[in-house]
Write a protein that binds this ligand. Structure first.
Ligand code: 8X3
Length: 263
């Protein structure tokens, strides 16, 4: 995931309507997991990558490993997002990856604060960054927004309440954006992964390692690199091709809670 960049020295050549020069990709939540792997995959694909996240030390490590630029970013803070946008000379691709789940409690007893955190990071965070970078994306002549959703954006499941609501919100935002940008030189894609082995479940279960491991027990989940590879594929289609929505599941998973396990 975080190996040195071995890809081309120059970015993908300018297509019709594209601004010349190396293309710039911004990845949020890039200090670990899918975000970190995506930043490195895009660097290998020839993008200049700007990595945003709150954890500065971890972020600097990942940025150094993939030859990108680390920028402290809190998607729940408008000033932080505005500073990111103001510091960019250009932006051709935005990968909205920051977000996550907190808790798996039933609706009857879930903490409103957990729901608020999920809504702030997933939905409003995506809204803030997208709004802030949209002028750059339009100006690039061939912009693209790729948002990391979830199978939870498509299927409700018991205990998924707050995360389901947040990811359904993200999905609505992404689809509406696609409609509203018709006629503009900006593609919009939502990639919905299922089970991916990252810190996602550890965060969700507040550091309970046994509970987090149980999510993946006996199955072969996707890796962060699998998702990153898909993001890079979407980002390198020709400018007239818009992959609108993509559900990405492990072979061992057919829906949110149907997983084949051995042992
Ligand atoms: C994570 C997938 O099924 O845990 O986005 O909600 S799930």
């Amino acid at each position: 995931m975080t190996g040195p960049v071995t890809g081309p020295e120059t970015g993908p050549g300018p297509g019709p309507g594209q601004v010349a020069g190396r293309r710039v990709a911004v990845v949020t939540g890039a200090s670990s997991g899918i975000g970190a792997a995506t930043a490195c995959a895009l660097a290998r694909a020839g993008f200049d990558v700007v990595l945003g996240a709150r954890r500065a030390d971890k972020l600097a490590e990942v940025a150094a490993a993939c030859g990108g630029t680390a920028v402290a970013l809190d998607v729940t803070d408008q000033d932080s997002v505005d500073a990111l946008a103001a510091g960019l000379g250009r932006c051709d691709l935005l990968v909205n990856n920051a977000g996550g789940a907190l808790g798996a409690d039933p609706v009857a007893s879930a903490a409103v604060e957990d729901w608020r955190w999920m809504y702030e990071t997933n939905v409003l965070g995506t809204l803030r960054v997208t709004q802030a970078l949209l002028p750059h994306l339009v100006a690039s002549g061939d912009g693209q927004v790729i948002t990391i959703g979830s199978v939870a954006a498509r299927e409700p499941y018991g205990g998924g309440g707050g995360y389901n609501a947040a990811k359904h919100g993200v999905a609505a935002l992404s689809r509406v954006l696609r409609i509203e940008l018709l006629g503009q030189p900006v593609r919009v894609c939502q990639i919905d992964p299922g089970m991916v082995r990252t810190d996602f479940s550890l965060v969700r279960f507040r550091g309970d390692r046994a509970r987090a491991d149980a999510v993946y027990a006996g199955a072969r989940p996707l890796t962060a690199d699998d998702v990153a590879d898909t993001v890079a594929w979407v980002a390198t289609r020709p400018a007239h091709v818009n992959v609108d929505q993509l559900l990405l599941l492990a072979r061992d998973q057919t829906s949110a809670q149907v997983v084949h396990r051995t042992g």
